[in-house]
Every structure is written in structure tokens, then in C-alpha cells.
Design a protein around this ligand. Sequence first.
Ligand SMILES: Cc1cc2nc3c(=O)[nH]c(=O)nc-3n(C[C@H](O)[C@H](O)[C@H](O)COP(=O)(O)O)c2cc1C
Length: 141
Amino acid sequence: MSTPFSAPSSVTGFAVNLPSDKPDGLLMPAAQLERMPGAVSGKPAAALADRTIRELYVRMDRARYRIIGSGGVFTGDDAYRKIRLGASLVQLMTALIYEGPAVVASINERLAQLLEADGLAHVSQAVGADAPDARAAQRAA
Ligand SMILES: Cc1cc2nc3c(=O)[nH]c(=O)nc-3n(C[C@H](O)[C@H](O)[C@H](O)COP(=O)(O)O)c2cc1C
């Protein structure tokens, strides 16, 4: 099956990192924001990163590639959302800065609760569970 998204054979996955655009809904005035180069991390980055995971997951060869999802992960619910959209791994930085390394344990505890509530034994069973069907997405494109 040919997919619209492919990469060299040495590539085994994609990290969905910081969106290059400034996300909507920032409190900083637009004029001030325009003068600031670079990307925005943390919670404001979450929605754009989630959308990227969703779009990538439906287009990529899922047997061949894995997604590392990041952007605004502070809680197990945040991590689980990215996993259900298609991420096999989750990466975080801003939460570590604001909350310290213990945030990882609380994310894992919450993830275990969420998996159990959904009757799943392993994170891999949740990967892509909320992704729109790839063929439906192609029809809509
Ligand atoms: C100052 C800074 C340095 C970063 N350096 C790296 C890096 O070396 N490698 C990497 O994969 N991601 C790097 N990132 C991206 C973060 O790991 C993370 O994917 C991104 O900040 C979005 O997640 P967050 O909202 O949890 O911070 C960096 C981010 C920031 C803000």
C-alpha cells in the first residue's frame, strides 16, 4: 500500500515536537508576540501537537513507524490523549521544569488507572484508539 507520507528506510518513527506556529489563545498581546522568535512549549502547545499526531497517524505506515508525542503533557490524562491519538511514546519537558521529576510517577500512576478503566492491559493496546479511520480521513481530504 502506498502512503502519502514516507521516509528513508532508516527512519523508524517521528517525534511530534513543538509546533512552529504560535498557538491560538496566548495571553500575551499579538504585537509583543510577533517580536518574539521561537516556539511555545507547555500547555499552549498541546492542541496543535495533538492535531499533528492525529494527522500523522492516519497518513503514516503504522506497521513501519512509531510516533513520539509531546507538547503540554502534565498529567496522565494528557499522555493518554496523545497515546489514543496515535503516539506510542510520550515526551515531556515543560512539566518537568514546573513540577519536577516526580511528575513522571504521577503520570504513570494515572495512566495505569486510565488503562484499567478502559479494560486494557498494556499501553500499546490504546495507541490510535481515538484516531479517525484512515480511509474515512482520505475520503474527506
Ligand atoms: C529549551 C528546550 C530545549 C529542548 N531540547 C530538545 C532536545 O534536545 N531534543 C528533543 O527531542 N526535544 C527537545 N525539546 C523539546 C521538548 O522535549 C518537548 O518535546 C517540547 O518542549 C514540547 O513538550 P513540552 O510542552 O512538554 O515542553 C526542547 C524544548 C525546549 C523548550
